[in-house]
Design a protein around this ligand. Structure first.
Ligand code: Q46
Ligand code: ZN
Ligand code: ZN
Length: 312
């Protein structure tokens, strides 16, 4: 019996990945070439970045953010990373991730800013969640990360903050927002979120058209040393449930996830969701936080600074 191997569509060599949704099988070399080409196309299509701009990559030490950093650097963009140590001690998660982020930066001669939440503010995410009597840490954590990243981007003079959200992440968020008809979130969900204020940098997501398995394959084939474990709190995050539903859909109908997300963006471009009322928020409408100087709509202190005020 002859065994058939999957062949690379470009060179006929041994393929390491089959991507039926793109009708493409590629060998290691051609796959490592194809991924940055896809990302560059996304960057151009949505005008995410220019080579003249400096971009701050939000690095978690996982496969997505390290792949993103690697790809942007290979494409010639001016990058630096920011890692926020959230103080999650379960199986040493935060410290291990920090080590991976540092190792990548060192190996590539790239700058990495590390912000240590517990050392700087006295509490990590677990203590903060308990002290605020929240059931789950994720909304607090998201708020903390957004604030610290905006501040790091402003203080470092970066034009944009790049995050490693992939197609599976975006499709899951889209499904969740659609099932709850969260019009506000649907209007804002995009590969690019423009700068709302000189201190709130543009947010870009260059990996949005890559399936999670493609990003994982890139990290493996490229030999990136990433943290495989997800944040311990991610296991009960709602997005995992929606990702499962979308995977079932994808199994039945190849390319469904991609079509769901791409068609959403197209519908939005065609005006299906109308104008975003928040898009008209001008920089003058923000007040300035008396403590940290970041813009706020929440009164004298921004939501982040109030978080450390309200100690029970
Ligand atoms: S929000 Fe929640 Fe993430 Fe923060 S606590 Fe972990 S899972 S890291 S993307
Ligand atoms: Zn090939
Ligand atoms: Zn503040």
């Amino acid at each position: 019996m002859t065994r058939s191997f999957m062949k690379c569509d470009k060179c006929g060599g041994l393929a390491v990945i089959g991507m039926p949704e793109h009708r493409l099988n590629l060998c290691a070399d051609h796959f490592l070439e194809w991924v940055p080409t896809m990302v560059q196309r996304t960057i151009e299509r949505h005008a995410l970045l220019t080579p003249q701009e400096r971009v701050l990559v939000a690095v978690s030490g996982g496969k997505d953010s390290l792949s993103l950093w690697d790809i942007l650097t290979r494409l010639g963009y001016q990058t630096a990373g920011v890692y926020i140590n959230l103080g999650i001690t379960h199986e040493g998660y935060s410290d291990v991730s920090e080590e991976r982020a540092r190792a990548f930066a060192d190996a590539h001669g790239l700058a990495l800013q590390v912000i240590h939440l517990r050392e700087t503010y006295g509490q990590g995410i677990p203590e903060l969640t308990a002290a605020r009597r929240r059931d789950r840490p994720c909304s607090l954590c998201g708020q903390v990360k957004r604030h610290l990243m905006n501040r790091a981007a402003y203080e470092g003079g970066y034009a944009a903050i790049a995050t490693g959200h992939n197609l599976d992440d975006e499709a899951a968020i889209l499904l969740q927002n659609t099932l709850h008809w969260q019009a506000h979130y649907l209007r804002r969900q995009a590969p690019l979120l423009p700068e709302a204020h000189p201190r709130l940098a543009r947010k870009v997501k260059p990996l949005v058209y890559l399936y999670e398995r493609e990003v994982a394959a890139y990290a493996l084939v490229r030999g990136l040393d990433f943290v495989e474990d997800e944040c311990p709190y991610a296991v009960d995050a709602k997005t995992i449930f929606y990702k499962g539903l979308l995977n079932q859909l994808e199994e039945r109908s190849r390319g469904a996830k991609q079509a769901f997300y791409r068609e959403f963006l197209r519908a939005k471009e065609e005006g299906l969701f109308g104008a975003d009322p928040d898009a008209v928020t001008s920089a003058e409408e923000y007040a300035t936080c008396a403590r940290c100087g970041q813009p706020t709509m929440a009164g004298e202190l921004c939501a982040f600074c109030r978080l450390w005020e309200e100690r029970p």
